[in-house]
Design a protein around this ligand. Structure first.
Ligand code: ASP
Ligand code: MG
Length: 460
């Protein structure tokens, strides 16, 4: 059972979490995020401190330290009964906060924030929240133990900021740490998002990565189900801010869920599907604040439902990068080299269109574009690439549904709807799985096209 930042973001939330855990009769592990907003604040604090003159670092750190301690202590007082237990949690919070204070002073005075130090700083959010949640559980009569990712046996590589699990090592260590607790009837409360590399340095698995921690733990422990408890009922047919009629999707296949998470539905982290899919573990998305809603169930079976299209997603804040005059002859495997370069820079390519020998286009998050262009210019301009240009103010629209697989004429119907809206399609991609069709239109046309597609394929 994984509980996200809003679920553990207030004393009321934590009390609900405790009730939900009490109600779940099966053997379980709890995974939690940081209280909502805390990871962002840690991030901001660290990045502010490196720019401040040394003379004011101490004062700034003290202020931040005071706020963070206050937030967690006051929540602890509200969710933990005042017997010896509260006193112990209070001491643990203060000790941890002191560790954070020293780390921030270091960052501020050295004016240096490597990805490794940043991961260390960001780890505190989850390290505080496991204390609160396990404390609340213990206070409610559930025997619980707080574990950091490392204590739970989650081992990753040293790719700080978006560390990848070392699955074969982790499988043994997770079982070694978690199973003895379960046998003794103790509930493990594990911090999501953070882990450790082989040298015991703290790593993080990317923002929003607690879902990923949960499915990795589920996979290692052969779980029957991974539950993602969040603040919405589940995955919707589209963004309700664009289409108020958007409805809850009750069942999705892994592939559909992955495509949707990747292309815009922010409910789950796209990486969390793979571990579940490999071991055939169902994923259930539920609302902590509306537990009676059925939620969304994600399973292997690619059920064809009456509607061929299950969801329409919109992904904003992207740009198209076009590379012209790619000299395949002068530079063999240039596409491979370009993608490796971007991969090494941790820049994700969201979409690629079929390339011809002399032209290659792909889509990047807008925030990654300046860095990508700089690196590509340095490496390849005049050296395999003649010209780099951008197409801006665009968005990706993705139509998802396993029913599209093998259904003739779907693409034609989708593009007809787009044409009827007077929107120009700039780029198209369809994976060979045929579970999604993605295309790019101008940002100004995005909402209108999504509304028309939703009307035509889902509401009708
Ligand atoms: N606390 C982390 C974040 O805000 C991880 C998570 O919430 O899943 O990104
Ligand atoms: Mg989150």
């Amino acid at each position: 059972m994984k509980f996200g930042g809003t679920s553990v973001g207030s004393s009321g939330g934590i009390r609900r979490v405790t009730e939900l855990v009490l109600k779940e009769g099966r053997e379980k592990v709890v995974v939690v995020s940081a209280m909502s907003g805390v990871t962002d604040r840690l991030h901001e604090a660290a990045n502010t401190l490196i720019k401040l003159p040394s003379s004011v670092v101490g004062k700034k750190v003290d202020e931040f330290h005071r706020d963070i301690v206050k937030k967690h202590l006051s929540t602890a007082e509200e969710v933990i009964e005042d017997n010896g237990l509260l006193e112990k949690v209070r001491r643990d919070i203060e000790k941890l906060a002191e560790e954070l204070r020293v780390a921030l002073l270091g960052v501020g005075h050295l004016e240096e924030l490597s990805p490794r130090s940043l991961d260390y700083v960001l780890s505190f959010g989850e390290r505080f929240s496991i204390l609160l949640v396990s404390g609340a559980m213990n206070s409610a009569g559930i025997r619980a133990r707080a574990l950091t990712g490392r204590e739970a046996g989650i081992i990753t590589d040293s790719n700080f900021g978006s560390a990848r699990p070392l699955y074969s090592m982790m499988k043994t260590s997770v079982r070694g740490r978690i199973e003895p607790l379960l046998k003794r009837g103790i509930l493990p409360v594990v911090s999501g998002f953070i882990a450790a590399d082989k040298d015991a340095n703290i790593t993080t698995m990317g923002r929003g990565g607690s879902d990923y921690s949960a499915s990795l733990l589920g996979r290692c422990l052969n779980a029957e189900e991974v539950q993602i408890w969040t603040d919405v009922d589940g995955i919707l047919t589209t963004d309700p801010r664009i289409v108020p009629e958007a409805g809850l999707i009750k069942t999705l296949s892994y592939v559909e869920a992955m495509d949707l998470a990747y292309f815009g539905a922010k409910v789950i982290h796209p990486k969390m599907i793979a571990p579940a899919m490999e071991a055939d573990i169902r994923v259930r998305i539920k609302n902590t604040f509306n537990p009676n809603s059925e939620g969304t169930l994600i399973v292997r079976e690619q059920k064809r439902i009456e509607t061929v299209v299950k969801a329409v997603a919109l992904h904003r804040a992207v740009d198209i990068v076009n590379l012209k005059g790619i000299g395949m002859a002068e530079t063999p495997n240039i596409a491979g080299k370009i993608f490796t370069l971007l991969g090494d820079e941790n820049i994700n390519i969201i979409m690629i269109s079929g390339s011809s020998e002399s032209n290659l286009s792909f889509v990047l998050r807008r925030k990654d574009v300046p860095r990508a262009v700089d690196r590509l210019n340095e490496r390849f301009l005049g050296n395999g690439i003649r010209d780099i240009y951008l197409i801006k103010d665009v968005c990706i629209i993705t139509v998802v549904g396993v029913g599209m697989h093998g259904t003739k004429g779907i693409a034609a119907r989708v593009f007809q709807v787009v044409a009827d809206e007077g929107a120009n399609i700039i780029m198209i991609a369809q994976g060979s799985s045929e579970v999604n069709i993605s295309f790019i239109v101008g940002e100004k046309d995005g909402d209108r096209v999504v509304q028309a597609l939703h009307r035509r394929f889902i509401q009708e």
